[in-house]
Design a binder for this molecule. Sequence first.
Ligand code: IMP
Length: 431
Amino acid sequence: MGSTCVVGLQWGDEAKGKIVDLLCDDHDVVVRYQGGANAGHTVVHEGMTYKLSLVPTGILRENVEAVIANGVVIHPPALLKEIASLQAQGVNFEGRLHISDRAHVILPYHLAEERLTEESSSAADHLGTTRRGIGPCYKDKLGRVHGVRIADLYRPADFRERLARIVEYKNRLLNAMLPDFEPFDAAAVAEEYLGYAEQLRPYVCDSTSKLHEAVAAGRKLMFEGAQGSLLDVDHGSYPYVTSSSSSAVGTAPGSGVPARCIDRWIGVVKAYTTRVGGGPFPTEQDNEIGERIRRVGREYGTVTGRPRRCGWFDAVAVRYSSRVSGSTELAVMLLDVLSGIEELQVAVSYDLDGRRLDVLPASLADLERCKPVYETLPGWSEDLTAARTWGDLPRAARDYVDYLGRIVGVPASIVSVGPDRRQTILVPKDR
Ligand code: IMP
């Protein structure tokens, strides 16, 4: 026991990387269990800024091992590029990065398939994805016939033969659907990927057994969620979600480690809400408030650079995702961004055609019609970035954090007032 899961409770970008980095000192192994290079973490560590996408944040600590587990989808060129750029910043990977031989591989036709849905079809069907081939790769994983796993890359003859059949199928499909489509050359793709496999060889292993051994040896694991719980394919705002179990429910299938091995479940939230890409967002502020939050919080996508949509804290959505993810505590991030706003609003329920809703409805059409019912709280004018203890925060900021804990049903244990490790406040239990 003693293992932890850190997961976002909103639509991603909750600054989970900072929490994972902070808690690394108390853990031995950091595990990514779903998603792929659609995720982007920025971590400021000892004055250096690191951009992480597929590589778990734990890699920044010499004494921590990092695992990319079976639930992740890997685009080998993207991963190799990330490894090279972190190595150029002085990060040591030797014996510390482990990649599951069961993880699925993103191939070039996955990117083309995503273009097909995101560009060529009716605008109403566009999801606003990160275009990293994530959805098409998971589709092939669940479809089984065309899925390719990391282990397959180490049986070259079988891989070449099978890829020839898959590519023939994909070429026929894409040729019929995409104007100006250049067919893929199966042999060339196979050689390219066999080359990547050689470069990745030192890291590839049976990560499931490795994690079981770590648990048996009493080592502490930290599961690092990517995206957020509201983007979970089952429990999020479907179909405007990612294609994996991005809430905490994904830890077991995505790593092979049973949930009973985890006892601390940290739900990370921003003090407000953001969302990138399409989909319903009941508390969105497409106005001066939203612009102010975007400007002060520098709310632009780490992966795609897209401006994030911004709005008030949505306690209906977070209460729901916190239950799904089984949060035992909240980390409230970016509280400093709200300084100077006279009155803060928090959505406490939704109004759906005159009916009061306390949870997210399943139907997209219903969620789009939900009107938030707000509670208004007093804001504060003080700059919070120099606060280091709970007592350093102005009364209204403390009350706001306590209110979020009460309305979500899970108390806050950590508050963040800036990107640096020192800009972190541990919330006292007896207050
Ligand atoms: P996909 O994961 O690229 O298929 O994109 C599906 C949806 O998830 C889109 O709305 C993306 O903007 C969103 N998304 C994917 N990854 C992240 C992330 O790391 N942060 C925030 N949103 C994300």
